[in-house]
Design a protein around this ligand. Structure first.
Ligand code: SF4
Length: 335
């Protein structure tokens, strides 16, 4: 059984359904899939998701599902700390909030007070908003920032929906970022160069101890390779790079393993970035997560963003860049 399936099978003892969401086809399909879950009717998802005094860590162990209708604010401008890969009109969209994985450094625990997973079932309204913008300009949209959309594809089908939408709009580029190894949904789809599948890669040591529920490096690489072999546009993200003892040895091996498995000439590009987080989010993340070697590192604050002290950051970036340059041309590397 794939790791995502194991996670999904034990999750969602309760499904909260907003009144307005009840009639949507996606709501019906999801409820059918979890026939043993208790259905609780609610009038607004924020009653459950945004209430005070929630225990994020506890909810992360057995998250509940919330099905809701998003009313507005579909498109968000890409944040400065996120790489645009040279694309103009960089946006992200949240059709799902929160994730079935549990990465110790995940910024979502700094943004939301709840770890319950919200699925907005009105994807057609989001497409309508995007279409209005596409009439005026081309767009680059990241669809898997506030979740790992591929990890929950078996319950939402949203990756396929976005793929079909992308097929219809030649001036739209999509990035699907993931740590999942579930490439089954791509089996019956034709590769589209404007639909980029971006794998976040972490060394075995980080995935094992700090990215609970995720497939390890080997499985992610196998999946990325499968898609490269079938002609998909694949991006590799070494981001966030996290400082640890024997950093060079561990991260050097990860880069070697990656490019032994995947021909760098056949991927779109590679991003490298060290862990960085806004001051406000880090404060909440520490509170929600409790003891964490990663989060309690004595970070240095630069313009409201916490990251490693200048010398350490430079050492990490220089090392990673030089290592990647052993396999790929500079033009492919985004920092
Ligand atoms: S996979 Fe991404 S979104 Fe999911 S918990 Fe990890 S960092 Fe957060």
């Amino acid at each position: 059984m794939r790791s995502e399936e194991k996670l999904l099978n034990k999750s969602f003892s309760h499904i909260y359904v907003e009144d307005e969401a009840r009639s949507y086809p996606l709501t019906r399909e999801i409820i059918k899939r979890f026939e043993n879950s208790k259905i609780v009717e609610i009038s607004n998802y924020k009653e459950v998701f945004s209430r005070n005094n929630q225990n994020f860590s506890l909810q992360k162990v057995t998250p509940k599902l919330i099905l809701a209708v998003k009313k507005d604010g579909f498109l968000y401008k890409g944040a400065k700390v996120c790489e645009s890969f040279g694309n103009e009109n960089f946006y992200y969209i949240s059709s799902v909030i929160n994730c079935v994985y549990d990465c110790e450094y995940c910024y979502l625990q700094g943004v939301y007070s709840s770890a319950n997973i919200v699925i907005f079932v009105n994807i057609e309204d989001m497409f309508y908003e995007v279409e209005k913008e596409l009439e005026k300009k081309s767009m680059y949209i990241c669809i898997s920032y506030d979740t790992d959309l591929l990890a929950i594809e078996s319950i939402t089908g949203l990756v396929k929906d976005w793929y079909n939408f992308c097929e219809k709009h030649k001036n739209l580029k999509i990035e699907l970022r993931t740590k999942s190894a579930n490439v089954v949904p791509f089996n019956d789809l034709k590769a589209n160069p404007n639909f980029i599948v971006a794998w976040t890669l972490s060394p075995y040591e980080i995935a094992e101890k700090h990215e609970s529920g995720t497939p390890g490096l080997e499985k992610r690489l196998e999946s990325a390779r499968k898609l490269v072999d079938s002609g998909w546009t694949v991006r590799i993200c070494f981001d966030p790079v996290i400082y640890m003892e024997n950093f060079k040895e561990v991260y050097g091996k990860m880069v070697d393993d990656t490019f032994e498995k995947i021909d760098s000439n056949r991927i779109l590009d590679i991003s490298i970035g060290t862990f960085r987080i806004s001051k406000e989010y880090l404060k909440r993340m520490k509170k929600n997560r409790g003891p964490s070697k990663i989060l309690y590192y004595p970070f240095h604050c630069e313009n409201g963003v916490y990251t490693y002290e200048v010398e350490k950051k430079e050492m990490m970036m220089k090392y990673m860049k030089e290592k990647v340059l052993q396999y790929a041309n500079e033009e492919k590397i985004f920092i």
